[in-house]
Design a protein around this ligand. Structure first.
Ligand code: KIV
Ligand code: ZN
Length: 509
C-alpha cells in the first residue's frame, strides 16, 4: 500500500485571511460539514484567541463534528494555547497548532528575540500544549527562509517536548520547488528523532509555486500538506487542495502516495466556498475553473468525440462535475429537490428545505430550465444568509434612455417597514442611494460585478459587491432574474455582514 498524505485543510483559518473572505459561524459550520464529507484529515477551524467569534466557531465545529481532527491555531503564548484548548477540547482527537518564527528576519524585526529565546519559548509552549493533548503541531513560521540547522535544532527539541507534527511553512511563497524539496530532505536527514513525528508543509502562492512546492516536499518525505479550497488564503493564497489532491490521484503511479479525499466532492466544495466567500474562481483555474474541462478548438472537440482521453487526463465525474446538467423542472417534487441539494453538499432541516422548495417553485415558474447554479443561488439566499438586520420588502425602479433613473425601496429594519426613494446616474445607483439613505450606512462600495448564473435571457443575474466600512471589508451577493433586485440584495447582504462583524467585534472576549 502506498503512503498516505494527510490533508490539513486551513480554508477556515488561513483561507479566511483572504481580504473580504470572512465567513460567519453558520457558514463556517456548513463548510466544515462539507470538508468532513470530503474526508480531509484535519480541519483548521480558526484562531480561537483572535476574537470571541473565532472562539465560538472553533468550539461549534469541534463539539459537533465527528470523524475529523479539528485544529485551532495558537501563538506561543500560554493564553493562546489555553484558549485554543478551551475551544477544542470537546472534539474528536483535537489538535493544538502552535507557531513561532525561526527566520532571522522575523526574529530580529518582528519578535525582537534571539535564537536562544525563540528555542526556549517554542519548547515551553509545546510542553504546555502537550499537557492538554498528545496531538500537538508546531509550525516554524517563515521556515523556508530560516537557517536550516537552527530549524533542525528547534524541531528536535519540540519533538522531545511533545510535538507530533512539525510544519515547515513557506510563509512568504519565496521557495522554489527543487530548493524546498531539498530543505525537506535535509530535515529528514538531520533531525535525529524525526521518526517520532510527521513533517508537514504549508506553502503560499506568491510566485505561483505553492502546489509545485508541496509536491516537491511530498517527494522528499513530507506526509502532511496544508492547503485550502480554491487556493484561498493570505495575499496570493495557499496551496490549492483540489490541485494537490488531483495531481496525486492522476499521477498516483508516479508519486506512489495517496490521500483519503473523496474527490467526487471536490467540485461541490469549491462552489460552496466561492458562494460563501464571494470569491469567484478564475475560469482557467486548474480542476475547478469553468474552463477546466471545456474544449474549444475544433481539433480538440473532434478528438474528444472520438475518445475522451485524447484531451482529458481526468474524468470530470471524478471531481463531481455535473455542470450544464439540467437538474430539475417545475414539476420536480420535494424529494428530488432534497436529493439534488444533498449532492451539492447541503444537509437541510425540514424547515430550510421547505423555504428552498418554495423559492425553487417560484423561480421554476418564471424560468424554463433550472440548473445546479440556480439552486445554489437559492441555497445561498435561503440557507447561508446571516440573520438579517435589513431585509428587502419591495423595489420599484424607473429607468430608460429618456427617464431620470429613480428607485423606490421598501425595507424591513429591525421589524419596522421603512421606505425611501432616490434618483441616480443609473437605476442601480438610484437603488443603492435609497438603501444608503434608509440604512444610514457610511460604507464605501469598492467593487461591483454582475454576471449571469447560467445561459439564456431568462437566466438569473448574480451580483457581487465588496464594501468597506471603518477598515472592515465584506462581500455581499444576491441573485434574482431581475438584475436590479439582485444588486439590491447583494448590497443589503454586504450591509448585513458589516452589522454582523461590528456586533462580533463589540462582543467581550
Ligand atoms: O504561513 C504561515 O506560516 C502560517 C503559519 C501560522 C502556519 O500560516
Ligand atoms: Zn499561512
Amino acid at each position: 500500500m502506498s503512503d498516505k498524505i494527510f490533508i490539513f485543510d486551513t480554508t477556515l483559518r488561513d483561507g479566511e485571511q483572504s481580504p473580504g473572505a470572512s465567513m460567519n459561524m453558520q457558514e463556517k459550520f456548513r463548510l466544515a460539514q462539507q470538508l468532513v464529507k470530503l474526508r480531509v484529515d484535519v480541519i483548521e477551524a480558526g484562531f480561537p484567541v483572535a476574537s470571541r467569534g473565532d472562539f465560538d466557531c472553533v468550539k461549534n465545529i469541534a463539539d459537533n463534528l465527528v470523524g475529523v481532527q479539528v485544529a485551532g491555531l495558537a501563538r506561543c503564548h500560554r493564553k493562546d494555547i489555553e484558549t485554543a484548548w478551551e475551544a477544542l477540547k470537546g472534539g474528536d482527537n483535537p489538535r493544538i497548532h502552535t507557531f513561532l518564527a525561526t527566520s532571522d528576519i522575523h526574529l530580529r524585526h518582528k519578535l525582537r528575540m534571539s535564537r536562544d529565546q525563540m528555542l526556549e519559548l517554542a519548547v515551553d509552549s509545546v510542553k504546555f500544549a502537550a499537557g492538554f493533548t498528545s496531538n500537538v503541531e508546531f509550525s516554524a513560521e517563515d521556515a523556508s527562509r530560516s537557517d536550516l540547522d537552527f530549524v533542525c535544532q528547534v524541531f528536535t527539541a519540540v519533538i522531545d517536548a511533545g510535538a507530533t507534527v512539525l510544519n515547515f511553512p513557506d510563509t512568504t511563497g519565496y521557495a522554489m520547488p527543487d530548493e524546498y524539496g531539498e530543505q525537506i530532505r535535509y530535515l529528514m536527514a538531520h533531525i535525529p528523532n524525526i521518526h517520532r513525528a510527521m513533517l508537514s508543509v504549508h506553502c503560499h502562492n506568491d510566485l505561483g509555486l505553492a502546489v509545485a512546492n508541496s509536491l516537491a516536499a511530498i517527494a522528499a518525505g513530507a506526509r502532511q500538506v496544508e492547503c485550502t479550497v480554491n487556493g484561498l488564503g493570505e495575499r496570493a493564497g495557499n496551496t490549492a487542495m483540489e490541485e494537490v489532491v488531483m495531481a496525486l490521484r492522476t499521477r498516483a503511479a508516479m508519486v506512489g502516495v495517496h490521500t483519503d479525499v473523496v474527490t467526487e466532492h471536490i467540485y461541490p466544495t469549491s462552489r460552496m466556498v466561492s458562494t460563501i466567500t464571494g470569491m469567484p474562481v478564475q475560469p482557467n483555474k486548474a480542476i475547478v475553473g469553468a474552463n477546466a474541462f471545456a474544449h474549444e478548438s475544433g481539433i480538440h472537440q473532434d478528438g474528444m468525440l472520438k475518445e475522451r482521453t485524447t484531451y482529458e487526463i481526468m474524468n470530470p465525474k471524478d471531481i463531481g462535475l455535473s455542470k450544464g446538467n439540467l437538474v430539475l423542472g417545475k414539476h420536480s417534487g420535494r424529494h428530488a429537490l432534497k436529493d439534488r441539494v444533498e449532492t451539492l453538499g447541503y444537509t437541510l432541516t425540514d424547515e430550510e428545505l421547505g423555504r428552498v422548495f418554495e423559492r425553487f417553485k417560484g423561480l421554476a415558474d418564471r424560468k424554463k430550465e433550472m440548473f445546479d447554479e440556480d439552486l445554489e443561488a437559492i441555497l445561498m439566499d435561503e440557507v447561508l444568509r446571516i440573520s438579517e438586520t435589513y431585509q428587502l420588502l419591495s423595489l420599484g425602479v424607473m429607468s430608460g434612455s429618456r427617464t431620470l433613473p429613480t428607485a423606490a425601496v421598501q425595507l424591513m429594519i429591525n421589524g419596522q417597514a421603512v421606505e425611501a426613494s432616490a434618483i441616480g446616474v443609473g437605476p442601480i445607483d438610484a437603488c443603492f442611494r435609497a438603501i444608503a439613505q434608509l440604512t444610514a450606512t457610511t460604507s464605501r462600495l469598492l467593487y461591483f460585478a454582475v454576471s449571469s448564473i447560467t445561459g439564456g435571457t431568462d437566466a438569473q443575474g448574480e451580483v457581487m459587491v465588496r464594501i468597506e466600512d471603518d477598515g472592515k471589508v465584506v462581500v455581499g451577493q444576491g441573485a434574482d432574474p431581475d438584475i436590479i433586485t439582485a444588486a439590491a440584495k447583494a448590497y443589503l447582504n454586504g450591509l448585513n455582514r458589516l452589522v454582523y462583524l461590528k456586533k462580533e467585534s463589540a462582543r467581550p472576549q
